[in-house]
Design a binder for this molecule. Structure first.
Ligand SMILES: [Zn+2]
Ligand SMILES: [Zn+2]
Length: 157
């Protein structure tokens, strides 16, 4: 025995009247719509409208979820890009420190050659001036030059 939604709601026994579209309870309650014989057209329209409204709401929620997914994806990508940038900067900092340490390594021994050159310059210039100022040194220089000249003359003739 079918029961209309009104009777079903109130737990009443739904007695359909063949002569009326409405059941006895709905007639006595003076309800305009009774769905004992099926859905009332106006109620059906209302339900379709309601379903469309819910569909639209669902679609709106779906769009919001899609937007949220896209937002979270964008945020994740930005976070990844930021992390990559951060890693790159840190790697560059570490590389700079490495290069600094590498540059500092030779630089401790680098001053040695210039100082050696300076010592050589000092020795070559200062020693000759000392020899020039000291006659005894000049004599010894002459002796060395003489032997050198003699040997050169021997080989020349
Ligand atoms: Zn009923
Ligand atoms: Zn009814």
């Amino acid at each position: 025995m079918p029961s209309c939604s009104y009777c079903h709601e109130l737990g009443l026994e739904c007695l359909a009247l063949d002569s009326s579209r409405r059941c006895r309870n709905c007639v006595s309650a003076n309800r305009s719509s009774c769905d004992v014989w099926g859905v009332d057209p106006s109620a059906f329209d209302a339900m379709i409208a309601e379903k469309q409204r819910l569909d639209q709401e669902k679609e709106a929620i779906r769009q919001q979820k899609k937007q949220l997914r896209e937002n979270s994806k964008r945020v994740r990508e930005q976070q990844r890009a930021l992390e990559a940038r951060f890693r790159k900067v840190v790697a560059r900092e570490l590389r700079d420190i490495d290069e600094l340490e590498r540059e500092e390594g030779p630089s401790t021994s680098a001053p040695a050659p210039p100082s050696l050159v300076g010592v050589e310059d000092f020795a070559s210039s200062a020693d000759f001036s000392y020899w020039a100022a000291d006659p005894s040194l000049l004599d010894s220089l002459d002796a060395v030059g003489g032997t050198a000249g003699a040997s050169q003359g021997n080989s020349g003739s």
